[in-house]
Design a protein around this ligand. Structure first.
Ligand code: GLY
Length: 300
């Protein structure tokens, strides 16, 4: 039997001090939602879905309710879930009016012959299978409306807004799963798709080595397949921590991107690294303590 493990992230970016407490609480609650499942013998897939759903429901994060607004003041969501046992995955991109895109992604993986649905087609499938639909207004929080108004003309890189959420787990059976969900980057063009729903970029999972979930500037993350780069590094013999640091160093060296990544290997060791100013993460130490931290830049 394998030692189960879970790590969640609440995004990598600026993380204003005034929001630190909410990030820490939100990450820890998401961790606990996923860990409860693993502790009871549940699957890594259920655990990462539950952890990400918790953050989609939490208005602190740029995923589900609380997502950033695009250049026309609307919310379009991306998400992906991946099963390391089968390498199957489900993803949605630029979908509107869905409270929990990670669950929609999982249903696509498990109940369709496809892997990725976008926009109106994804929403129609959600309706068919009885997932909760919601209005744009229900996903929109005053914080993001204020940011939108303040920064309407600002340059994206200055504002950050890379608060994508994600989770990676391994269960007692040794199965690995990864999940990532986001509202994307603030003021993005309508129809823009980031790294989060792209396999190998926003997430990857393979029982043979481990799993990863990324957060940060999607246009750069996808160029180096950040999550696959991390899991490939484990396959070549690196520890989870070394693999996370290696992936971020490739991102930095090759495309000067800003991002973070969380990793779990098949031994249940966890790692994370980022070259953004901050990254919010929660995991369980080998001694059983649940940690939630906002880590300042370590790599870069
Ligand atoms: N990493 C989230 C995005 O760029 O959309």
């Amino acid at each position: 039997m394998v030692k189960p493990a879970l790590i969640v992230h609440g995004g990598a970016g600026e993380i204003p001090q005034s929001e630190e407490a909410d990030y820490l609480t939100g990450c820890q609650q998401a961790f606990e939602a996923g860990w409860h499942i693993l502790e009871c013998g549940g699957s890594a897939l259920d655990a990462v879905e539950a952890a990400v759903r918790a953050m989609e429901d939490d208005p602190t994060f740029d995923a589900g309710v609380g997502s950033v607004l695009n250049s026309v003041g609307e919310i379009e969501l991306d998400a992906m879930i991946m099963d390391g046992a089968t390498l199957n995955l489900g993803a949605v991109a630029a979908v509107r009016g869905i409270a929990n895109p990670i669950t929609l992604a999982r249903r696509i993986m498990e109940h369709t012959a496809h892997n990725v649905l976008v926009g109106e087609g994804a929403r129609r499938f959600a309706e068919q299978i009885g997932l909760r639909l919601c209005s744009q207004a229900e996903l929109t929080v005053p914080r993001e409306v204020a940011r939108y108004r303040e920064h309407q003309q600002a340059v994206l890189e200055e504002h950050g807004g890379h608060d994508t959420v994600g989770a990676v787990a391994i269960d007692r059976a040794g199965h690995v799963a990864s999940a990532t969900s986001t509202g994307g980057i603030a003021f993005k063009m309508p129809g823009r798709v980031g790294d989060s729903p792209l396999v190998g970029a926003g997430a990857y999972a393979d029982d043979l080595c481990g799993g990863a979930s990324a957060t940060g500037h999607g246009e750069m993350i996808m160029r180096v397949l950040l999550s696959k780069t991390a899991t490939d590094a484990i396959a070549r013999g690196m520890t989870a921590q070394e693999a996370a640091e290696h992936a971020v160093s490739i991102l930095q060296d090759r495309v000067q991107g800003k991002a973070g990544v969380i990793v779990v290997d098949r031994q249940g060791e966890i790692g994370f690294a980022h070259n953004t100013p901050r990254m919010a993460v929660s995991w369980r130490t080998p001694g059983g303590e649940i940690r939630a931290v906002i880590r300042r830049q370590r790599v870069g």
